[in-house]
Design a protein around this ligand. Structure first.
Ligand code: ZN
Ligand code: ZN
Length: 623
């Protein structure tokens, strides 16, 4: 403060001696600045106060810290800081301009603080990300015995949310309860937001249900809470409730809903959210557009994703990343790479996320030369240091193209420990290229990192089986039983009208299961004429070949596909979601099925999308 007053003392004194000065001449700034042109010339200061306040508010709104400081020097000169309202406005101005130390100094030097001053200061800290200070000030406030309002409580709660302070949050909950503030919309919303962000969803729900009145922010906090806690179905149920209650939508709720739709590939709800966006006009916001592109691409509709993308004029990195990652996920590596080039042509710098997408595009298509080129470009051209995801993609690229030794060397050179997914990718490559030696090394690491994952035992056992090392096969299976790990059962989903149908491997419980099996048998008969044979090496069951075939035959995605054939109109693509990686036999099945039935089939497994059309798959056999 001293610095400011010294800095502006001289010009003010000059104007003071003129006696008939306006604020504009008293302060050394451009007199033609529009802020100052309305300030009137008066000799006594109290009549100027409203103008001064207006000016300060304008400075706060437009983040004009220099002009704000000039006002402050005037305030010091005329001892206007004794006026509580003036000081409050000054605190707000400094806080909006990000000058928190100045704001605090004004606050500390106030001769008298009202509740508003405390609230303003606490709010300033929270808005500027200084949550700890906000909490400390609240404690101090209680020590001074200053009463607090619902705004204080909601302000401090916002601080708790960013700091994940569960204990403080519970204390505030108790305070609010004692002070009968729980029914207040701001307090309730802030409280449920903290609980949701701290993963205490049940507490959040309790607060939500207790609230007599809810705003758009309340609903969007609740939906975001469900999404954060990965309860996507529940988030969508909430969304439906919002539609019924007629509360206005904000863009945050739509973004959360789109994230939920993307996560569970709920395209119908996604399209509804898109319609809401269209009606409300939020569609111009590129963050919302990015969520929309992401939703469509994760729901298997890459063309719709591109259509949304192509209608946005104002493109930024987030939006481009969403589109590149979409292309990559759908095996459209060429488009991903072209967009990557375009991105730089329009002057946008690719970031870490962009590189994960282009590298995984290369991995999906086994483009080893391009992959190496991007990896180099990332380090040399864009000065980014590759993180674990980039290394993971590189190991994948090398492994899938059979350069397993090189992949292993890269793992050894990594500046950090390899993750389970890196070893897992190496192990899968070893299976494809029958490299027992490296498979054993990869498996050893995997057993240590994730002892509960049965998939690793299964993979290793498959590798031994393919190499006819039966003793090792028996050993691995024993280990599998001993650790009592269970292989996750295959499960597939298909959305028909507005209902999701789930199928387990060898499903018995579906209403029309008899019909489904009958139709499946017919289809397989037909496919045999085209040379389809069950590829039995894809499944590990200690059974005879014909029994193996029966198990493979009833893999969940095949059942879901047949049900889709039965229910969906001829021209509609059949979209299936699967919880595990699609097996080689189902992959061959889907390719042929797309040819025989003339249907487009989209299978989303844990790794990526497969678009089957005319007997071919978009993944080009890499998955
Ligand atoms: Zn299968
Ligand atoms: Zn495929």
């Amino acid at each position: 403060m001293k610095a400011i007053s010294q800095r502006f003392t001289r010009p003010i004194q000059i104007s003071y001696t003129r006696n008939q000065s306006s604020i504009a001449t008293a302060i050394p700034i451009d007199e033609h600045d529009p802020i100052w042109t309305h300030t009137e010339t008066h000799s006594s200061y109290p009549t100027r106060l409203p103008n001064l306040h207006k000016t300060l508010q304008k400075c706060a709104k437009e983040r004009l810290s220099m002009e704000g400081m000039a006002c402050h020097s005037y305030i010091i000169q005329y001892r206007l800081w004794e006026n509580t309202l003036t000081s409050n406005i000054l605190i707000n101005m400094y806080s909006k301009c990000g000058l928190l130390n100045y704001a605090r100094k004004v606050f500390d030097e106030m001769p008298e603080r009202s509740l508003v001053s405390w609230n303003t200061m606490i709010g300033s800290y929270t808005q500027n990300g200084n949550e700890k200070e906000a909490l400390d000030l609240f404690v101090q406030m209680q020590r001074f015995g200053t009463e607090f309002s619902e705004f204080t409580v909601s302000g401090v709660l916002c601080a708790c949310a960013s700091e994940f302070k569960v204990f403080e949050c519970r204390q505030l909950h108790a305070f609010a309860l004692k002070a009968s503030m729980l029914t207040n919309i701001f307090v309730g919303t802030a409280l449920l937001d903290v609980y949701a962000k701290c993963d205490l969803l049940e507490d959040a729900i309790r607060v939500f249900e207790y609230m007599p009145e809810r705003s758009a922010v309340t609903w969007s906090s609740m939906v975001a809470g469900y999404v954060k806690n990965e309860l996507f179905e529940e988030a969508l149920v909430m969304f439906r409730k919002v539609q019924v209650t007629g509360v206005e939508f904000n863009q945050f709720i739509i973004s959360s809903v789109l994230a939920a739709c993307a996560a569970i590939a709920a395209k119908i709800e996604g399209v509804q959210a898109h319609a809401v966006l269209f009606k409300t006009g939020f569609i111009v916001n590129f963050f919302v557009c990015s969520s929309l592109v992401d939703m469509y691409s994760k729901c298997g509709s890459i063309n719709e994703a591109y259509s949304v993308f192509s209608h946005v004029d104002d493109r930024n990195v987030v939006l481009l990343n969403a589109m590149i990652s979409g292309f990559s996920r759908h095996g459209r590596s060429m488009e991903a790479m072209i967009l990557f080039e375009k991105m730089q042509q329009i002057g946008l710098q690719p970031n870490e996320v962009t590189y994960v997408s282009v590298l995984s595009a290369c991995a999906h298509m086994g483009l080893v030369k391009e992959g190496k080129k991007y990896f180099d470009l990332m380090v040399k051209e864009h000065n980014l240091s590759p993180n674990v995801f980039h290394y993971s993609c590189m190991v994948d690229i090398l492994g899938r193209t059979g350069l397993i030794e090189e992949a292993k060397t890269l793992i050894d050179q990594m500046p950090f420990e390899a993750t389970a997914s890196i070893w897992g990718s190496l192990l899968s490559s070893c299976r494809v290229y029958n490299n027992v030696e490296l498979a054993e090394i990869a498996a050893k690491h995997l057993f240590e990192i994730e002892p509960d994952n049965a998939g690793n035992h299964v993979l290793l056992s498959n590798i031994y089986a393919a190499n006819r090392q039966w003793d090792e096969v028996i050993q691995t299976r024993k280990l599998l039983k001993e650790t009592e790990v269970k292989k996750e059962r295959g499960k597939s989903w298909i959305e028909i009208k507005d209902k999701v149908h789930a199928f387990m491997v060898g499903e018995r419980n579906h209403d029309r299961i008899g019909e489904i099996y009958e139709k499946l048998e017919g289809l397989i008969e037909e496919m045999r004429k085209f040379g389809y044979r069950c590829e039995t090496q894809h499944d590990l069951h200690n059974v005879e070949d014909d029994k193996k075939e029966e198990l493979l035959r009833h893999h969940s995605e095949k059942l879901a596909f047949v049900f889709g054939l039965m229910c969906l109109p001829c021209s509609a693509p059949i979209r299936i979601m699967k919880n595990l990686r699609i097996c080689g036999d189902c992959h061959a099945f889907m390719k042929l099925a797309s040819k025989i039935t003339g249907r487009e089939i989209v299978v989303r497994d844990t790794n990526r999308f497969h678009h089957f059309r005319d007997g071919l798959c978009s993944c080009g056999e890499f998955w």
